[in-house]
Design a protein around this ligand. Structure first.
Ligand SMILES: C[S@@+](CC[C@H](N)C(=O)[O-])C[C@H]1O[C@@H](n2cnc3c(N)ncnc32)[C@H](O)[C@@H]1O
Length: 157
């Protein structure tokens, strides 16, 4: 987000993260680079998305949301019918929601969810990111997964 905000000064970037230390780290970079085009929220993303107006966002990046691998924790996952409905409502056009994950299970379950609600959310694409893809290795969790020999999957919807 910092890199994008530097190279696109006329666009507004909004970061949403509940982990306060994460917010503090981004704030440091905002100050270091004197950035004026970033807003941060530490709201639970569900409430943030709920508060955003209809068709107000150009692009949404969900970068490696917690995969909650244990079945009993699946209900904590970000990708749900409710979140997908909100994402759909606030984006201006199709193919503007990008989710990356290093968890093949999370990818599979999200694909199942999207297939189940195809009538509501329309089509989507999924791929494995390659080194020269824009979203490859852009975050700490992605880099950790890649160092451990993992893959980064991308869903675009
Ligand atoms: C697996 S980490 C990924 C962090 C970072 N995106 C990366 O790829 O390095 C998931 C992050 O999502 C945040 N998170 C979890 N649930 C959230 C929610 N409901 N709203 C906002 N952030 C959330 C956590 O605090 C955590 O920092």
């Amino acid at each position: 987000m910092i890199k994008n905000a530097i190279s696109r000064p006329n666009e507004l970037f909004i970061g949403v993260e509940v982990y306060l230390n994460g917010i503090a780290k981004v704030l440091e970079s905002i100050l270091d680079f004197g950035l004026k085009n970033i807003m941060l929220s530490n709201l639970n993303s569900f409430y943030f998305l709920e508060a955003m107006p209809h068709k107000s966002i150009d692009k949404i990046f969900l970068i490696n949301p917690d995969p909650w691998v244990k079945k009993r924790h699946h209900k904590r996952r970000l990708m749900s019918y409710e979140i997908l409905s909100l994402l759909n409502k606030i984006t201006k056009s199709k193919n503007s929601i990008y989710m990356t994950t290093d968890s093949s299970d999370y990818l599979r379950d999200t694909v199942s969810l999207l297939n189940e609600y195809k009538d509501s959310f329309g089509t989507f694409t999924s791929s494995i990111l390659k080194k020269n893809d824009e979203l490859y290795g852009i975050s700490k969790y992605q880099r950790k997964a890649l160092e451990n020999g993992g893959k980064i999957y991308l869903l675009t919807l």
